[in-house]
Design a protein around this ligand. Structure first.
Ligand code: PEP
Ligand code: MG
Length: 753
């Protein structure tokens, strides 16, 4: 048979491999037989196996076709050459002209110059690269997709041989990096603030697959179906067990939707039909998901792939019958470390023992982040390589505020953070004690401190913090955690519960701000090159007025005659606002016509987030009852500086003269018109920034619950009249940032920032 008409015969091949692997001789000898069998099966002149040694070296362990003297001599660093590239990215490569590839690294001792094409796949086990399996052909051969699949299946079988520990010592395969015992400080991104000290619990499901090749595919399919049903009903039970009202339930329901994904189930069934056991098939599909994940940059798609990855782990446990192994017994101060995690998994842990969560992956918009925030657990995400640097039981400090993780910290660092935690607790207690005190300045100015919220769980903070109300209710959050678009009845239900929970205090509902990185799982978007500046928020609402009408109708009905405040996000021009206002008028008229109670009063506002609207502010003020400055977006568009980019995070400062001058102008105009103006971006929750905003004329600030206490402390120590002239005098400065000057000002005036 020639290479050109090669068709993989997975089942026979796996049987042959199994016979060789179970045969006599040393592991090295069996590996040498294995490469011969694979080369013959794949109609390739070369088949080589590289195995990863300590220090991230891939060593040639066996070859059919390359020079035998290269065995145990040729070594490539992970990342070096094509083999190293496959190892580094855990993904397959298939090249008709391998030597033309920029990554090709020539090793004269192997004699591989004679071979034109190359196909290689990682040898993976439990998500780790153990080695690389490669075939090569003399002629330029275009390897087909099914050949890559076939080689991946073979690599799964090989992984078992490597994992026996007969080829290299198990200690060399340990995940932990060489200098495991040294302290290290790792940087990630802040997902949820707060401090946590405790001992590492590695969230890894260690289901060891003992059998890769199946005797009977039909029987494996039956086992797979039974495990799948078991897993689905376990998720159902979890759903039944959670609070009937809570959003956890919605998140789990979305998760269940993935557990019923036909494409995913179909791919596993296909892999079983090639001769793998059900466990090996699930792991093969999980490997594919992970390889895709490494390449996908779209935040939404990554989250969905993470959910699938998580489900695969769950399914493996149901297959192994080891469902209790789900959770390692955590210590009483657990710092949970995971590559990624689904929302359901976090809920598996006992909240009372959890001190913090650290993720290798993860973003602020992931489901697990939303749940962690509702449970008030500090989270740091995107901590690269944490699982390889931490051993179970290691002492860990998590600084969620600064996106930092300290592994095995020294005594001095421990002491510093232990003190910081105690101080933080004391501060929180003193903030809680302050909740009944008015947010009034030394010179007698009342300030409204409001909450930003998005989940029902957030609303409990209104009482805890003594906030004056909810200054920003992000309605997209309840939409994002549902598996289907909420119909009118569900929307009424959501808004009613919010109003009821806040008990008479004002709530500002912001209409849907989806698009950008806030995607709804059931809504299709065209891919904008710059999603933050693309089809999002009010732009979607004016193009899809039926959606906006339904949302406004839901809010009006939920208010049922009570006061209601609505605001529109990301408005760029008055004409756009006019469309939204017209839709709102229609809905009010509709409610009147059906004899319903119209909200009284109904206040309408607009968010100032796009600089163009600042030049139409007089006309805007004639049309609305209040303004709210979304300083997060306003800053990113004013400075053309992506708010989500870690490299841009510290480049420009919100306390820059240009930003403050604009904020001053907005406050001045709104105050002149007698219309309330709030700042609801992150800066409102930082004491020094909040002090500056008050000096510029703002009297309403909306922020995260944890910020209310510190900002109230600042307010109660501030004499606005004493600092305002100086702050306003700084606006013509040309400094990069006024932070230093404002800090000195605060210090000189005894303002507690
Ligand atoms: C803002 O942009 O400042 C804002 C409050 O809205 P979001 O953070 O939801 O975009
Ligand atoms: Mg915004």
């Amino acid at each position: 048979m020639s290479a050109a008409n090669f068709r993989p015969q997975p089942r026979q091949m796996l049987k042959r491999l199994r016979d060789v692997m179970a045969g006599p001789g040393s592991a090295q000898h069996r590996l040498e037989q294995v490469v011969k069998v694979i080369a013959a099966d794949m109609v390739a002149e070369v088949c080589s196996v590289y195995i990863k040694r300590a220090g991230d070296m891939l060593e040639l362990f066996a070859t059919e076709g390359l020079k035998p003297e290269a065995v145990h001599q040729t070594r490539l660093r992970v990342g070096e050459g094509l083999v190293g590239d496959i190892g580094a990215h855990a993904r397959a490569l298939a090249l008709a002209d391998a030597q033309a590839h920029p990554q090709f690294a020539y090793r004269p001792e192997t004699g591989e110059e004679a071979y034109a094409s190359l196909m290689g796949v990682p040898i993976l086990r439990s998500g780790r690269v153990l080695g690389v399996l490669v075939v090569q052909n003399k002629t330029r051969r275009q390897y087909a997709e099914e050949e890559i699949e076939h080689l991946e299946t073979i690599a799964m079988v090989l992984a078992e041989l490597v994992a026996t520990g007969e080829l290299i010592k198990p200690a060399e395969m340990l995940a932990t990096e060489g200098n495991a015992m040294l302290p290290s400080r790792l940087e990630g991104v802040r997902i949820n603030g707060g401090l946590g000290i405790g001992h590492a619990v590695l969230h890894q499901r260690r289901v060891i697959i003992r059998k890769v090749v199946a005797e009977d595919a039909d029987e494996e399919i039956l086992r797979f179906r039974a495990a799948l049903a078991g897993m689905q009903s376990a998720i159902d039970q979890m759903i039944d067990a959670v609070d009937r009202e809570g959003e956890h339930r919605d998140i789990l329901e979305t998760y269940r939707m993935f557990a019923e994904d036909r494409g995913w189930i179909g791919r596993i069934a296909e892999a079983i039909k090639t001769g793998l056991t059900a466990e090996a098939a699930v792991q093969k599909v999980q490997n594919d998901t992970r390889a895709r994940m490494a390449q996908v940059t779209d935040a939404y798609l990554r989250e969905r792939l993470l959910d699938l990855d998580d489900l695969a782990a769950r399914l493996l446990q149901h297959l192994s019958g080891d469902v209790d192994l789900l959770v390692e017994m955590p210590p009483s101060d657990a710092i949970l470390i995971a590559r990624s995690m689904g929302p359901a998994e976090l809920l598996d842990y006992d909240r009372t023992t959890l001190r913090a969560l650290v993720l290798e992956e993860g973003s602020a918009t992931s489901h697990v982040a939303i749940v962690a925030r509702a449970l008030d657990i500090p989270v740091v995400g995107r901590v690269s390589g944490i699982l390889a640097k931490v051993e179970s039981g290691d002492q860990i400090i998590v600084d969620g505020d600064n996106g930092l993780v300290m592994v095995r910290p020294g005594d001095d660092v421990m002491e510093h953070f232990a003190t910081a935690i105690v101080a933080r607790q004391q501060r929180q207690e003193s903030f809680a004690a302050m909740r009944h005190l008015p947010a009034t300045t030394v010179d007698g100015t009342d300030v409204s401190l409001l909450l930003n919220a998005g989940m029902l769980a957030d609303l409990s903070h209104v009482d805890e913090t003594g906030a004056a109300g909810v200054g920003l209710y992000r309605t997209e959050i309840p939409f994002m955690i549902r598996s289907a678009y909420p119909d009118l009845a569900s929307q009424i239900d959501i808004y009613q519960r919010v109003l009821d929970r806040v008990g008479g205090r004002p709530v500002v509902f912001r209409t849907l701000d989806v698009g950008g990185d806030k995607r709804l799982p059931y809504f299709s978007y065209d891919d904008d090159e710059n999603p933050a500046m693309g089809w999002r928020a009010i732009r979607i609402s004016v193009d899809r007025p039926a959606m906006l009408r339904q949302q406004l109708r839901g809010m009006i009905r939920a208010a049922a005659g009570r006061p209601l405040s609505i605001m529109f996000p990301m408005v760029s021009e008055v004409a756009e606002l006019d469309i939204a206002l017209a839709v709102l008028r229609l809905e009010v008229a509709r409610e009147e016509a059906r004899g319903g109670a119209v909200p009284a009063p109904l206040s309408v506002g607009v968010m100032i987030e796009v600089p163009s609207l600042c030049w139409q502010i007089d006309q805007v003020l004639q049309r609305v009852d209040f303004l709210s400055v979304g300083s997060n977006d306003l800053m990113q568009f004013l400075f053309a500086s992506d708010r989500g980019s870690p490299t841009m995070a510290d480049r420009f400062d919100t306390l820059a003269p240009a930003m403050l001058k604009l904020l001053h102008m907005l406050a001045h105009k709104a105050n002149q018109a007698g219309k309330p103006i709030t700042v609801c971006g992150e800066m409102a929750g930082r004491p020094l920034e909040a002090m500056t905003l008050l000096a510029l004329g703002y009297r309403r600030l909306s922020m995260n619950p944890a910020a209310i206490g510190p900002v109230k402390t600042m307010v109660r120590s501030l004499d606005i009249a004493a600092i305002s002239p100086y702050v306003c005098g700084l606006l013509e400065a040309t400094d990069h940032s006024l932070r230093q000057k404002l800090r000195s000002l605060a210090r000189d005036h005894g303002v507690l920032t």
